[in-house]
Design a protein around this ligand. Structure first.
Ligand code: FES
Length: 364
């Protein structure tokens, strides 16, 4: 990790002041913040001071920024020494910030560090020709293309010692260089090129409506003769091998609905058993009271339904009237015609256990 001390006194300038252009710029930055919050502009002002001073921050620049913002010197010094983006010592024409955090370290940053040590010497010192200085820093946020280094304002990624050496030679010679990946990656795509989302139909619009075409093809298949015979055999299976009448919830079904009218009809029997017809027509089996209007109506309905079932037709009873209802099973058999429909009774209040902790009211 970088040594975050101020440069030796011998290297410090005697004074620092923003140029008039930069002073105007600084004023604009400060005005972005509400009254009393001018300290929020400390990083932009330090950055501009570093830029004006040839790429590093002298002590006098730190003090000038503190005075501009009305901050104690130590508060601005804390900021300047915390962020490695602020160089506290003179830097070369090309300042190399080499990332040494784990992803870059795992991908070869140590070899790059060894190379820089060998070529430039210890970090924090300007090379003899004044072109380079370097520093190891923490993650610069380009881990996907590790290992990487920032040189002045640009990122150079997928570095190897050879690639870094060539890059430094080109920079020193003033030749054009390529920023970003040095192995031809576009952004952070996989090495060797993109291997997902490569189907051109994803992007040319030809997939729009493809799902509808599939549904239409399935629908067309269902109307073929094969589809029809499948539907017919499904009906036959339902009659001969019915599913349990009720969901069995994981238990073995006690019995299946194997004796219903559909099954009897499929087996060549009468759909309605003779005994069921007789039961339906037997008025004595009704809960209704003999002579009671609902009892008579119940017998009429039972007989009509039985006759209709035998003839395979529906009864002629009017369908737009509610059918007469037999007496409720819990009704007393002694009730006379006038008492057949007991008046509704108010629900009894539930008894609850006394609550010893409840406050007493007047009724208690
Ligand atoms: S670890 Fe090197 S850029 Fe993130």
């Amino acid at each position: 990790m970088a040594n975050r001390r101020l440069a030796p006194a011998a290297e410090q300038p005697a004074s620092f002041a923003f140029s008039s252009e930069n002073a105007d710029w600084a004023k604009g930055q400060i005005e972005k913040y509400p009254e009393g919050r001018q300290a929020s502009a400390v990083i932009p002002l330090l950055w501009k001071a570093q830029e004006q001073n040839g790429g590093w921050l002298p002590q006098k620049a730190i003090e000038a920024v503190a005075a501009e913002l009305g901050m104690p010197h130590i508060r601005v010094l804390e900021v300047a020494t915390f962020y490695t983006m602020f160089a506290l010592e003179p830097v070369g024409r090309f300042w190399i910030q080499l990332c040494g955090t784990v992803p870059c370290d795992s991908c070869g940053a140590r070899e790059l560090k060894d190379y820089l040590h060998e070529r430039l010497g210890a970090p924090g010192h300007v090379s003899a020709d004044g072109n380079f200085s370097w520093l190891e820093v923490e993650c610069l946020g380009a881990c996907c293309n590790a290992p990487m280094a920032q040189i002045n304002q640009d990122y150079y990624e997928d570095l190897t010692p050879d690639l870094l050496g060539t890059l430094m030679d080109d920079l020193a010679a003033g030749r054009p260089v390529k920023v970003g990946s040095q192995v031809g990656r576009t952004s952070s795509e996989p090495k060797g090129g993109a291997d997902t989302l490569t189907d051109a139909t994803l992007f040319d619009g030809s997939r729009v409506g493809a799902w509808r075409k599939r549904f239409e093809e399935h629908a067309a298949d269902d109307t073929t003769s094969e589809g029809k015979s499948e539907a017919a055999s499904s009906e036959q299976r339902a009659a001969t091998d019915p599913k349990p009448a009720k969901p069995d919830a994981g238990r073995a079904a006690a019995s299946s609905a194997s004796d219903g009218p559909a099954q009897r009809s499929a087996g060549g029997e009468e759909p309605v058993k003779a005994g069921d017809k007789a039961d339906a027509a037997d008025a004595t089996d009704s809960k209704a009271q003999p002579g009671h209007p609902t009892a008579d109506a119940g017998v009429t309905v039972a007989r009509a339904e039985a006759a209709g079932a035998e003839a395979g037709t529906q009864s002629d009873l009017p369908r737009d009237e509610p059918p007469p209802q037999p007496l409720a099973s819990g009704a007393s058999e002694d009730l006379g015609p006038d008492d057949a429909t007991p008046p509704p009774t108010a629900a009894k209040p539930r008894k609850t256990a006394p609550n010893p902790g409840a406050p007493k009211t007047e009724g208690n």
